[in-house]
Each structure stands twice: as structure tokens, then as C-alpha cells.
Write a protein that binds this ligand. Sequence first.
Ligand code: FAD
Length: 572
Amino acid sequence: MPRIGGEDPRQPAGEKTKRVLIVGGVAGGASCAARLRRLDERATIVIFERGPYVSFASCGLPYFVGEIIPDESKLLVATPELFRDWFRIEVRTRSEVTSIDRSRREVEVHDLESGRVYREPYDALVLAPGSAPVRPELPGIELPGIFTLRTIPDSRAIREWLKRRKARRAVVIGGGFIGLEMAENLDVWGLEVTIVEKADQLLPPLDAEMAEFVRDWLVTRTARVHLGDGAAGFERTEAGELRVRTEAGAVFEADVAIIAMGVTPEVGLAREAGLEIGARGGIRVDESMRTGDERIWAVGDAVEVRNAVTGEWDLVPLAGPASREGRIAADTIRGRASRFRGAQGTAVCGFFGLTAALTGASEKALRQAGIEDYEAVYLHPGHHATYYPGAKPIHMKLLFRKSDGLILGAQAVGEEGVERRIDVIAMAIQKGGTVFDLEEAEVCYAPQYGAAKDPVNLAGMLAANAVKGDVALAPWNGLADAGAMLLDVREAGEFASGNIDGAVNIPLNELRERLDELPREGEIWVNCRVGRRSYFACRLLSQRGFHVRNLSGGYHSYRAWYPDERHPGQAK
Ligand SMILES: Cc1cc2nc3c(=O)[nH]c(=O)nc-3n(C[C@H](O)[C@H](O)[C@H](O)COP(=O)(O)OP(=O)(O)OC[C@H]3O[C@@H](n4cnc5c(N)ncnc54)[C@H](O)[C@@H]3O)c2cc1C
């Protein structure tokens, strides 16, 4: 545990850091500067920011494009004047730090307004340069009307373009968080939006079957979704429109294209200064956010951090970790022994009335990290009591360690109450919680907010049942070669409206009378609509000597694992 308020033994005895320079003045840099002032009234603190603004709300930019945030000034969380007046922190905007002289402890600064180049000495240097949008060198990428989104001027340029061109159609390249937020905000303008995504799924941090709920939602609304195919180049048509060609030869015409293909850490300055860059491409720091140079710290999107679940080095380009890391750097510059606990990648995104959120490791991240001791449960509860009008389903996946129930990750998609459930589980993960803790979690309940058995409790119960051995889980990706009898215990009408290839229907209420139709040898994999009746059936059957497994999440999960228009019976 960090010794809160204790002194860092690496701080030279009696030394007071006098001059702290900060490169980058948005989430990580600004929070570091303000925290530092609160800890040290005497230090000289200077922020260098390449752009025209400090401390602006990057996360609000898509909504500024959509004019949900109409006034640009609302994006400015703090101004250079506020830093000066409240904190006596000097902010130099339009000032790019171009190199670091570690032996002399100086940086070189390029004043982008006057062209002047000068040097500034430091006792401590904090690098918070963030990450840049990926903009691959595709043919035609420099054509007008193709944008990335990182800064206020970027979002202003998109808005002006939409107005000037009276744009009607847009292509968003990249179906991650920023891509989907942009799709929504272009839709606000009445544009017909096509999302082109190279991966086989939207929102790549989610597992593919969970992302299927997102795709389903989007395609039944306004956006067109083109998966499994990347952009290959851009052309201008004779009518002056953009033409986007894909690797597989598809063509989309549009008035505007947004490139939202992810971000890459800005590490040029650190690399040239000889600081260590990790295998994921970020600056390597220790738990106090210090680089290999004891006078240089680095925070935010530019650094690699430990994934709190897998222990692997990771890039987590999110505002929350950036601000926390900024505070920790300030603490340790002042000699406090603060420690970054690692990042869980807790994130949320809303688009077209749907919310997707996740925390901890996804199943694919666990596999990549070589972790095999895990299992997953799926559930689709209402976001509040179903007897109260307006309950909306939340599609949830909970990943946990099979051997002891430690929570490893969670994902949820739905219209309401999604982020609340993920936040509770995020906190449980941070505290090293187990599925038994979720089972016992005491969360808010009144009919319009939740249920006496909240979705968080239900997730815990389902997983606890598996850990305790009350019910074995069947793997959804093993359906094709299961060699098991597939038993569907829904009512006949439900079964007729859609079922798993090869499943036999015996409704739960007839099961006890029809046991002789079931094999005594071999396994029976049971499903229903959401996994509840099949759990009852599993308990019933296992007590009567059958070898059963529950297909967690039922037919809802089947549809996500095996979407109709792909190959039925073939998992992604
Ligand atoms: C459109 C968009 C939406 C987002 N939405 C969310 C969201 O909803 N939730 C969330 O958690 N995160 C979101 N993010 C991510 C979040 O904004 C970043 O994780 C966070 O801003 C990172 O903070 P940072 O301080 O590391 O870098 P940044 O905020 O990028 O700041 C770095 C600054 O450093 C400056 N700089 C770089 N190099 C130099 C140099 N050599 N000299 C001087 N200045 C330099 C840059 O100009 C930049 O302004 C979003 C990002 C974008 C672009």
C-alpha cells in the first residue's frame, strides 16, 4: 500500500524542487500542474502547450461537432488566465517543446507564434504529450473533407465543413468509441452515416459477441455498418464528392469522412531524449509515473501502464487515468510516496440511445495474456424491476477466475443503467473482489431504479453458482462440436420463433414427466431465453443424475454469438 503523505526515499534529502516544467497542458499535464501547486506554494511551474488552448474537454469534442454543446467556450475547462490567477502557474500556449537535454536539465522550446527558439532549465520535467489520431498514408488522405478529431480547431473545422458543403452523407472510418460518437453527432446533422471498420466487430475493446448487440442496434437505426474491411484510399468524384474505397473493393461516396482509427502515443520527444519506450509503444514509467531518468516523469495517453487485471503493459488512452497519473506525478515530485495502481480500462460510450461500458479484462485480453483460469456468464436482466413500466434489458458479461471467483472483467450494453452496473463492478475489481462479493453487494433499489436482486447481484449469483459447482457452464464457441444433446426448455411457441440448430424442445414444465427422452450417457447442454429456466432445468436434471451444462445467457446470447447473416452454427 502507498504510504499516503509519506516521503519518497528517492527524493534527495532536504531538496526542494524549484522549477517544474510540464509538456502538454490538457488532462494529465493540467491536473499535474494544479496538484503540484496545492502541494508546493513556492515552486515555479510552467506548462508548455503546442496548441492554442489548455485544459480543454477533448471528450466533449464530438458533441461540439453535433452542436449538442453549441458554445465553444464551454469546452474550456480552464484558461491560461485561470492558471495564472488561481495558481500562479504560467501557461505558454502555441509553444512546442522540441527537445530535452537531460545532462543539462534543459528543454528547447519553439514559440510557434514568433518562431523564437529558446531553452528553459528544469529541476523536474513532466511529459504529458498525449496521443495523436492514427492517420495512415492512404492514397488521397490529404483531400479536403477528410478529418481526424483531437483538438478544438479540428472540431471547428468539421462543423464549418458540414455547414459550407451542406453535407448529406458521411463515412466514419473506425468503429471504436470516438467513431461511434462521431457517427451519432453526424446523424444529428441529418447525415446518412456509414461506419467502416476493419475488425469483424464494432467497439474492439468489447468481446465480439457483446459488440454484436451494438451492431444490431445501429443497423436497425440510422447508421450503416460495414465490418471486416478497411479503408484503402480516397478519391474526389467529378461531382466534387469524396469516394472511399475499401480493401475488399467496396465504394462509399460521401461529403465528409472522419478517420477514427485509434490513437498512437506521442513519444518522439521521449524517444529522442533516450527514455525507454515499451513494446506497446508508450513511455515506460514506474508506479510513481517516473521514467528511467529520476528528474523526468510522464503521464497520460503517452505512457504504458500495467493492466490491473492481467499485469501486462498496456496503453489506456482515457481521461480518468491521465488525470490520476498527473496527480501521482505531482505527489512524487513533492516527495510523497504515491503509487499508480494500474489501469482497468473502465470506459463508457453512448450513441443513438445505446450505452456500452466495460471494465477490467475482456475475454480476448485474458487469452492474449495467456490466462486460462477463467469463465464467463451472460445475463440480460431489466435495468429495473420488470413489473415497473419501462424496464430495458442490459446485456451483461461477467468474467471471473474459475478457481476462486476473483472478478476479472465485465461488459454491458443497453439503453439504461449500464454504466452504474459497470461502475460497481469496477470498484469491486479494484478492491480485489470476488463474484461472492457481487452476490452480496448492497446497492440502491426502488422499482424505477433497480431490482431487489440487482443485475450486479444476479451476475454474482450466476458466477458463484459456477464457481461452487452448482451448475457447469457450456462454452458458446463449442456448440458445433459439442457432441452433447442440445435441450431447449422454452415454451413451444418461443422455440418455434427461433432456436439453436439441432436443439430438442422440452418445456421446463414438462421436463419431469419426459426424463426418459434424455440420454443418461453424455452431456446435455440446456438453453432457454436468457439462462434462467435453463438453470432451473440444470439443477433439476443434475439432481436426477444427468450430466448437464447451462448455456449461459440463453437464446439472446446464442443470437449474439451466431448472428443470422453470418454462418449459422459457426461462432465468430
Ligand atoms: C474526440 C475524443 C473523445 C474522447 N472521449 C473520451 C471519453 O469520453 N472518456 C475518456 O475517458 N477519454 C476520452 N478521450 C480520451 C482523453 O481525451 C485522453 O485520454 C486524455 O485527454 C489524455 O490526456 P493527456 O494529458 O495524456 O493528453 P492530451 O489530453 O491529448 O493532451 C496532450 C497535449 O500535449 C500537447 N503536446 C504534445 N506534444 C507537445 C510538445 N512537444 N510540446 C508542447 N505541447 C505538446 C498536445 O498539443 C496536447 O494538447 C477522448 C479523446 C478524444 C480525442
